[in-house]
Write a protein that binds this ligand. Structure first.
Ligand code: PLP
Length: 390
Protein backbone atom coordinates (compact mmCIF):
# COMPACT_ATOMS: atom_id res chain seq x y z
CA UNK A 1 0.00 0.00 0.00
CA UNK A 2 1.41 3.38 -0.85
CA UNK A 3 1.20 6.16 1.68
CA UNK A 4 -1.53 8.70 1.07
CA UNK A 5 -1.28 12.30 2.14
CA UNK A 6 -4.18 14.40 3.42
CA UNK A 7 -6.47 15.85 0.79
CA UNK A 8 -6.11 19.26 2.36
CA UNK A 9 -2.46 19.36 1.28
CA UNK A 10 -3.15 18.22 -2.26
CA UNK A 11 -2.11 21.57 -3.74
CA UNK A 12 -0.55 22.01 -7.12
CA UNK A 13 2.94 22.88 -5.90
CA UNK A 14 4.68 22.74 -9.25
CA UNK A 15 6.47 25.84 -10.53
CA UNK A 16 4.14 28.19 -12.41
CA UNK A 17 5.11 29.19 -15.94
CA UNK A 18 5.53 32.76 -14.67
CA UNK A 19 7.92 31.69 -11.88
CA UNK A 20 9.84 29.54 -14.39
CA UNK A 21 10.14 32.48 -16.80
CA UNK A 22 11.54 34.70 -14.02
CA UNK A 23 14.00 32.02 -12.98
CA UNK A 24 15.17 31.55 -16.55
CA UNK A 25 15.49 35.28 -17.16
CA UNK A 26 17.59 35.61 -14.00
CA UNK A 27 19.76 32.63 -14.93
CA UNK A 28 20.43 34.17 -18.33
CA UNK A 29 21.97 37.18 -16.58
CA UNK A 30 19.34 39.53 -18.00
CA UNK A 31 18.74 42.76 -16.04
CA UNK A 32 15.34 42.50 -14.41
CA UNK A 33 13.41 45.35 -12.80
CA UNK A 34 11.55 43.71 -9.98
CA UNK A 35 8.49 45.70 -8.91
CA UNK A 36 7.23 42.94 -6.61
CA UNK A 37 9.76 43.28 -3.78
CA UNK A 38 7.76 43.56 -0.58
CA UNK A 39 10.33 42.48 1.98
CA UNK A 40 11.19 45.73 3.80
CA UNK A 41 14.50 44.36 5.12
CA UNK A 42 16.02 44.32 1.61
CA UNK A 43 14.77 47.69 0.37
CA UNK A 44 17.56 49.91 1.62
CA UNK A 45 15.78 51.36 4.66
CA UNK A 46 17.90 52.44 7.60
CA UNK A 47 17.06 50.32 10.60
CA UNK A 48 18.17 51.29 14.09
CA UNK A 49 20.27 48.12 14.43
CA UNK A 50 21.36 48.83 17.99
CA UNK A 51 17.84 49.73 19.17
CA UNK A 52 16.40 46.58 17.57
CA UNK A 53 19.04 44.06 18.64
CA UNK A 54 19.91 45.28 22.13
CA UNK A 55 16.62 44.28 23.79
CA UNK A 56 17.10 40.75 22.47
CA UNK A 57 19.88 40.22 24.99
CA UNK A 58 17.78 41.40 27.95
CA UNK A 59 18.36 39.13 30.95
CA UNK A 60 14.60 38.69 31.43
CA UNK A 61 14.60 36.39 28.41
CA UNK A 62 16.36 33.75 30.50
CA UNK A 63 13.20 33.09 32.51
CA UNK A 64 10.54 30.87 31.00
CA UNK A 65 7.16 32.38 31.83
CA UNK A 66 4.71 30.41 29.68
CA UNK A 67 1.60 32.59 29.66
CA UNK A 68 -0.58 31.36 26.75
CA UNK A 69 -1.49 34.94 25.86
CA UNK A 70 2.17 35.96 25.87
CA UNK A 71 4.21 37.92 28.42
CA UNK A 72 2.27 40.64 30.19
CA UNK A 73 4.96 43.28 29.46
CA UNK A 74 4.72 42.51 25.72
CA UNK A 75 0.91 42.73 25.75
CA UNK A 76 1.15 46.04 27.57
CA UNK A 77 3.36 47.27 24.72
CA UNK A 78 0.64 46.29 22.25
CA UNK A 79 -2.02 48.05 24.35
CA UNK A 80 0.19 51.15 24.28
CA UNK A 81 0.30 50.95 20.48
CA UNK A 82 -3.51 51.04 20.41
CA UNK A 83 -3.62 53.87 22.89
CA UNK A 84 -1.58 55.87 20.33
CA UNK A 85 -4.45 55.08 17.97
CA UNK A 86 -7.03 56.40 20.41
CA UNK A 87 -8.19 52.94 21.55
CA UNK A 88 -8.41 51.60 25.06
CA UNK A 89 -7.29 47.97 24.89
CA UNK A 90 -7.01 45.64 27.89
CA UNK A 91 -3.66 43.78 27.75
CA UNK A 92 -5.52 40.73 29.09
CA UNK A 93 -7.61 40.67 25.93
CA UNK A 94 -4.63 40.31 23.63
CA UNK A 95 -3.07 37.05 22.46
CA UNK A 96 0.44 37.15 21.01
CA UNK A 97 1.30 34.94 18.05
CA UNK A 98 4.38 34.42 15.90
CA UNK A 99 2.67 36.17 13.00
CA UNK A 100 -0.65 37.52 11.85
CA UNK A 101 -0.94 34.36 9.77
CA UNK A 102 -0.75 32.24 12.91
CA UNK A 103 -3.42 34.51 14.42
CA UNK A 104 -5.74 33.70 11.49
CA UNK A 105 -5.06 30.01 12.07
CA UNK A 106 -6.09 30.33 15.73
CA UNK A 107 -9.24 32.25 14.84
CA UNK A 108 -10.31 29.80 12.14
CA UNK A 109 -9.91 26.99 14.71
CA UNK A 110 -11.79 28.98 17.32
CA UNK A 111 -14.75 29.81 15.10
CA UNK A 112 -15.03 27.04 12.52
CA UNK A 113 -15.62 23.34 12.25
CA UNK A 114 -14.42 21.53 9.14
CA UNK A 115 -16.41 22.79 6.17
CA UNK A 116 -17.57 26.01 7.83
CA UNK A 117 -17.22 29.20 5.84
CA UNK A 118 -15.53 32.54 6.22
CA UNK A 119 -16.17 35.49 3.92
CA UNK A 120 -13.14 37.30 2.50
CA UNK A 121 -12.92 40.26 0.16
CA UNK A 122 -11.99 39.78 -3.43
CA UNK A 123 -9.50 41.08 -4.49
CA UNK A 124 -7.39 40.33 -1.47
CA UNK A 125 -4.27 38.75 -0.11
CA UNK A 126 -3.66 35.24 -1.59
CA UNK A 127 -2.28 33.57 1.56
CA UNK A 128 -5.86 33.19 2.84
CA UNK A 129 -6.43 30.24 0.55
CA UNK A 130 -3.70 28.24 2.25
CA UNK A 131 -4.58 29.37 5.76
CA UNK A 132 -8.14 28.25 5.19
CA UNK A 133 -7.14 24.94 3.58
CA UNK A 134 -4.98 24.09 6.56
CA UNK A 135 -7.90 24.56 8.94
CA UNK A 136 -10.44 22.86 6.64
CA UNK A 137 -12.30 26.14 6.33
CA UNK A 138 -13.97 27.23 3.11
CA UNK A 139 -13.47 30.77 1.87
CA UNK A 140 -16.34 32.53 0.20
CA UNK A 141 -15.28 35.70 -1.59
CA UNK A 142 -17.36 38.87 -1.39
CA UNK A 143 -16.62 41.42 -4.09
CA UNK A 144 -15.09 44.84 -3.79
CA UNK A 145 -15.92 47.05 -6.73
CA UNK A 146 -14.05 50.01 -8.13
CA UNK A 147 -15.82 53.30 -8.74
CA UNK A 148 -13.55 56.28 -8.04
CA UNK A 149 -12.12 54.18 -5.19
CA UNK A 150 -12.88 50.73 -3.84
CA UNK A 151 -16.13 49.81 -2.12
CA UNK A 152 -17.59 46.73 -0.49
CA UNK A 153 -20.49 45.27 -2.44
CA UNK A 154 -22.75 44.76 0.57
CA UNK A 155 -25.69 43.29 -1.33
CA UNK A 156 -23.41 40.58 -2.69
CA UNK A 157 -21.70 40.09 0.68
CA UNK A 158 -25.04 39.39 2.31
CA UNK A 159 -26.11 37.07 -0.48
CA UNK A 160 -23.02 34.97 0.17
CA UNK A 161 -23.79 34.38 3.84
CA UNK A 162 -25.00 30.83 4.30
CA UNK A 163 -25.88 28.55 7.20
CA UNK A 164 -22.22 27.59 7.66
CA UNK A 165 -20.80 31.11 7.54
CA UNK A 166 -19.00 32.00 10.78
CA UNK A 167 -17.07 35.19 10.17
CA UNK A 168 -16.29 38.05 7.83
CA UNK A 169 -12.65 38.99 7.24
CA UNK A 170 -11.84 42.61 6.49
CA UNK A 171 -8.35 43.73 5.62
CA UNK A 172 -8.16 47.38 6.68
CA UNK A 173 -6.54 48.78 4.61
CA UNK A 174 -6.75 46.01 2.07
CA UNK A 175 -3.87 44.41 0.20
CA UNK A 176 -3.46 44.99 -2.76
CA UNK A 177 -6.24 47.52 -3.38
CA UNK A 178 -5.29 49.89 -0.55
CA UNK A 179 -8.98 50.24 0.28
CA UNK A 180 -9.53 51.48 3.85
CA UNK A 181 -12.86 50.56 5.40
CA UNK A 182 -14.81 53.82 5.74
CA UNK A 183 -16.74 54.41 8.96
CA UNK A 184 -20.10 53.95 7.22
CA UNK A 185 -18.84 50.64 5.82
CA UNK A 186 -17.73 49.56 9.28
CA UNK A 187 -21.18 50.26 10.72
CA UNK A 188 -22.83 48.33 7.91
CA UNK A 189 -20.47 45.37 8.40
CA UNK A 190 -21.19 45.31 12.12
CA UNK A 191 -24.91 45.48 11.53
CA UNK A 192 -24.72 42.55 9.09
CA UNK A 193 -22.53 40.50 11.45
CA UNK A 194 -24.91 41.17 14.36
CA UNK A 195 -27.95 40.16 12.32
CA UNK A 196 -26.37 36.91 11.09
CA UNK A 197 -24.45 36.00 14.26
CA UNK A 198 -21.01 36.35 12.64
CA UNK A 199 -17.67 37.39 14.06
CA UNK A 200 -15.62 40.14 12.45
CA UNK A 201 -11.92 39.49 11.81
CA UNK A 202 -10.02 42.67 10.98
CA UNK A 203 -6.46 42.57 9.64
CA UNK A 204 -4.78 45.94 10.21
CA UNK A 205 -1.18 45.17 9.30
CA UNK A 206 -1.04 48.20 6.95
CA UNK A 207 -2.97 50.58 9.24
CA UNK A 208 -0.04 52.92 9.76
CA UNK A 209 0.57 53.59 6.07
CA UNK A 210 -2.02 56.09 4.83
CA UNK A 211 -1.00 57.22 1.37
CA UNK A 212 -3.54 59.41 -0.37
CA UNK A 213 -5.05 60.84 2.78
CA UNK A 214 -1.72 62.48 3.44
CA UNK A 215 -1.02 62.92 7.12
CA UNK A 216 -4.39 61.55 8.23
CA UNK A 217 -4.45 58.55 10.52
CA UNK A 218 -6.74 55.67 9.67
CA UNK A 219 -9.09 54.67 12.47
CA UNK A 220 -8.42 51.26 13.96
CA UNK A 221 -11.26 48.83 14.58
CA UNK A 222 -9.81 48.67 18.11
CA UNK A 223 -11.60 51.97 18.68
CA UNK A 224 -15.06 51.14 20.06
CA UNK A 225 -17.92 50.66 20.30
CA UNK A 226 -17.89 46.95 19.40
CA UNK A 227 -21.41 45.67 18.92
CA UNK A 228 -20.16 42.27 17.63
CA UNK A 229 -17.35 39.90 18.50
CA UNK A 230 -14.36 41.49 16.77
CA UNK A 231 -10.79 40.30 16.42
CA UNK A 232 -8.16 42.82 15.38
CA UNK A 233 -4.91 41.38 14.04
CA UNK A 234 -1.61 43.04 13.40
CA UNK A 235 2.09 42.46 13.87
CA UNK A 236 5.67 43.50 13.49
CA UNK A 237 6.03 42.58 9.78
CA UNK A 238 4.53 45.80 8.55
CA UNK A 239 4.03 47.96 11.66
CA UNK A 240 7.77 48.00 12.35
CA UNK A 241 9.08 46.54 9.07
CA UNK A 242 10.39 43.52 11.00
CA UNK A 243 8.95 40.35 9.41
CA UNK A 244 11.95 38.33 10.56
CA UNK A 245 11.15 38.90 14.25
CA UNK A 246 7.99 36.83 14.01
CA UNK A 247 5.63 38.68 16.33
CA UNK A 248 1.94 39.30 15.75
CA UNK A 249 -1.14 39.60 17.90
CA UNK A 250 -4.90 39.35 18.08
CA UNK A 251 -6.89 41.77 20.21
CA UNK A 252 -10.40 40.70 21.17
CA UNK A 253 -13.40 43.06 21.46
CA UNK A 254 -17.15 42.78 21.69
CA UNK A 255 -20.04 42.10 24.05
CA UNK A 256 -18.62 40.93 27.40
CA UNK A 257 -20.00 37.37 27.47
CA UNK A 258 -18.83 36.55 23.97
CA UNK A 259 -15.47 38.18 24.52
CA UNK A 260 -14.82 36.20 27.71
CA UNK A 261 -15.81 32.93 26.05
CA UNK A 262 -13.62 33.68 23.02
CA UNK A 263 -10.62 34.59 25.18
CA UNK A 264 -10.97 31.40 27.24
CA UNK A 265 -10.94 29.21 24.15
CA UNK A 266 -8.20 31.20 22.43
CA UNK A 267 -6.03 30.75 25.49
CA UNK A 268 -6.37 26.98 25.23
CA UNK A 269 -5.43 27.08 21.54
CA UNK A 270 -2.41 29.26 22.30
CA UNK A 271 -1.48 27.14 25.31
CA UNK A 272 -1.34 24.07 23.10
CA UNK A 273 1.45 25.60 21.05
CA UNK A 274 3.08 28.25 23.29
CA UNK A 275 4.78 29.39 20.11
CA UNK A 276 6.20 32.72 21.28
CA UNK A 277 9.85 32.92 22.22
CA UNK A 278 10.97 34.97 25.21
CA UNK A 279 13.57 37.31 23.60
CA UNK A 280 11.11 38.61 20.99
CA UNK A 281 8.45 39.19 23.65
CA UNK A 282 10.86 41.11 25.86
CA UNK A 283 11.93 43.18 22.87
CA UNK A 284 8.41 43.86 21.53
CA UNK A 285 7.68 47.06 23.51
CA UNK A 286 11.04 48.50 22.39
CA UNK A 287 10.39 47.64 18.75
CA UNK A 288 6.95 49.18 18.94
CA UNK A 289 8.37 52.30 20.52
CA UNK A 290 10.89 52.63 17.68
CA UNK A 291 8.41 51.91 14.87
CA UNK A 292 8.09 55.49 13.64
CA UNK A 293 11.72 55.57 12.48
CA UNK A 294 10.98 52.94 9.84
CA UNK A 295 7.39 53.96 9.16
CA UNK A 296 8.47 57.43 8.09
CA UNK A 297 10.95 55.99 5.60
CA UNK A 298 8.50 53.45 4.20
CA UNK A 299 5.75 56.04 3.81
CA UNK A 300 8.10 58.41 2.03
CA UNK A 301 9.15 55.61 -0.33
CA UNK A 302 5.57 54.54 -1.00
CA UNK A 303 4.38 58.06 -1.72
CA UNK A 304 7.48 58.81 -3.82
CA UNK A 305 7.14 55.68 -5.94
CA UNK A 306 3.43 56.23 -6.42
CA UNK A 307 4.11 59.79 -7.57
CA UNK A 308 6.75 58.51 -10.01
CA UNK A 309 4.32 55.95 -11.42
CA UNK A 310 1.81 58.72 -12.07
CA UNK A 311 4.44 61.06 -13.52
CA UNK A 312 5.39 58.33 -15.96
CA UNK A 313 1.77 58.23 -17.09
CA UNK A 314 0.87 54.93 -15.46
CA UNK A 315 -2.72 54.65 -14.32
CA UNK A 316 -2.80 53.62 -10.66
CA UNK A 317 -6.21 52.86 -9.23
CA UNK A 318 -7.10 55.09 -6.32
CA UNK A 319 -5.88 53.78 -2.98
CA UNK A 320 -6.07 55.00 0.61
CA UNK A 321 -3.14 53.21 2.19
CA UNK A 322 -0.72 50.28 2.08
CA UNK A 323 2.40 49.21 0.25
CA UNK A 324 1.09 48.28 -3.16
CA UNK A 325 -0.72 49.74 -6.14
CA UNK A 326 -2.97 48.28 -8.79
CA UNK A 327 -2.08 49.54 -12.26
CA UNK A 328 -4.40 49.48 -15.24
CA UNK A 329 -2.34 48.52 -18.27
CA UNK A 330 -3.23 48.59 -21.92
CA UNK A 331 -4.28 45.13 -23.00
CA UNK A 332 -4.43 43.05 -26.09
CA UNK A 333 -7.89 41.83 -26.86
CA UNK A 334 -8.51 38.48 -25.26
CA UNK A 335 -5.11 38.19 -23.61
CA UNK A 336 -4.64 37.91 -19.90
CA UNK A 337 -0.93 37.18 -19.65
CA UNK A 338 0.31 40.74 -19.56
CA UNK A 339 2.75 40.15 -16.73
CA UNK A 340 4.49 37.45 -18.77
CA UNK A 341 4.80 39.75 -21.77
CA UNK A 342 6.14 42.56 -19.62
CA UNK A 343 8.75 40.23 -18.24
CA UNK A 344 9.81 38.81 -21.57
CA UNK A 345 9.67 42.03 -23.58
CA UNK A 346 10.80 44.56 -21.02
CA UNK A 347 12.45 42.67 -18.18
CA UNK A 348 9.93 44.11 -15.69
CA UNK A 349 8.52 41.81 -13.01
CA UNK A 350 5.02 42.66 -11.75
CA UNK A 351 2.35 40.53 -10.13
CA UNK A 352 -0.61 39.53 -12.25
CA UNK A 353 -3.88 40.95 -10.95
CA UNK A 354 -5.34 37.44 -11.05
CA UNK A 355 -2.90 36.46 -8.31
CA UNK A 356 -5.03 38.62 -5.97
CA UNK A 357 -8.35 37.75 -7.58
CA UNK A 358 -8.61 41.08 -9.43
CA UNK A 359 -11.38 40.92 -11.96
CA UNK A 360 -10.93 42.50 -15.36
CA UNK A 361 -8.02 42.24 -17.71
CA UNK A 362 -5.01 44.47 -17.83
CA UNK A 363 -4.54 44.85 -14.07
CA UNK A 364 -1.14 44.33 -12.53
CA UNK A 365 0.02 44.85 -8.96
CA UNK A 366 3.28 46.52 -8.02
CA UNK A 367 4.92 46.92 -4.66
CA UNK A 368 5.67 50.54 -3.74
CA UNK A 369 8.41 49.89 -1.20
CA UNK A 370 11.19 48.87 -3.62
CA UNK A 371 14.21 51.12 -4.16
CA UNK A 372 13.32 54.44 -5.82
CA UNK A 373 15.86 53.90 -8.64
CA UNK A 374 14.65 50.43 -9.55
CA UNK A 375 11.02 51.52 -9.30
CA UNK A 376 11.57 54.56 -11.53
CA UNK A 377 13.41 52.50 -14.15
CA UNK A 378 10.76 49.76 -14.07
CA UNK A 379 7.90 52.27 -14.18
CA UNK A 380 9.54 53.97 -17.17
CA UNK A 381 9.66 50.66 -19.03
CA UNK A 382 6.06 49.87 -18.11
CA UNK A 383 4.81 53.24 -19.29
CA UNK A 384 6.09 52.77 -22.83
CA UNK A 385 4.45 49.36 -23.15
CA UNK A 386 1.46 49.86 -25.36
CA UNK A 387 0.17 46.34 -25.43
CA UNK A 388 0.41 46.38 -29.22
CA UNK A 389 2.15 43.43 -30.85
CA UNK A 390 5.57 44.42 -32.16
C1 PLP B 1 -2.98 41.74 4.54
C2 PLP B 1 -1.88 40.93 5.14
N1 PLP B 1 -2.07 40.31 6.31
C3 PLP B 1 -1.09 39.59 6.90
C4 PLP B 1 0.14 39.46 6.30
C5 PLP B 1 1.17 38.60 6.94
O1 PLP B 1 1.65 39.15 8.09
P1 PLP B 1 2.53 38.27 9.08
O2 PLP B 1 3.93 38.36 8.60
O3 PLP B 1 2.31 38.91 10.39
O4 PLP B 1 1.99 36.88 9.02
C6 PLP B 1 0.38 40.07 5.07
C7 PLP B 1 1.67 39.92 4.40
O5 PLP B 1 1.92 40.39 3.32
C8 PLP B 1 -0.65 40.82 4.49
O6 PLP B 1 -0.49 41.41 3.29
Amino acid sequence: MSLRFSQRTGWDIGESSFAAAIREARASGRRLYDLTVSNPTVCGFEYDAEGILRPLSDIRALTYDPDPRGMRSAREGVAEYYSDHGALVDPDEIVLTTSTSEGYGYLFRLLCDAGDEVLVAQPSYPLFDFLADLEDVRLRPYPLFYDYGWWIDFAELERRIGPRTKAVVVVHPNNPTGHATHSAERRRLEEICARHGLALIVDEVFLDYPVEVCGTKLTSFAVGPHPVLTFVLSGMSKIAGLPQMKVGWTAVFGPQGLKTAAMGRLEVIADTFLSMNAPAQVALPFWLEGRRGIQVQILERVRGNLAVAKERGLEALQMDAGWSAVLRMPQRAGEVVIEMELLLERGVVVHPGTFYGLAGEGRVVVSLIGSAEEFAAGAGLLSTWTGEPK
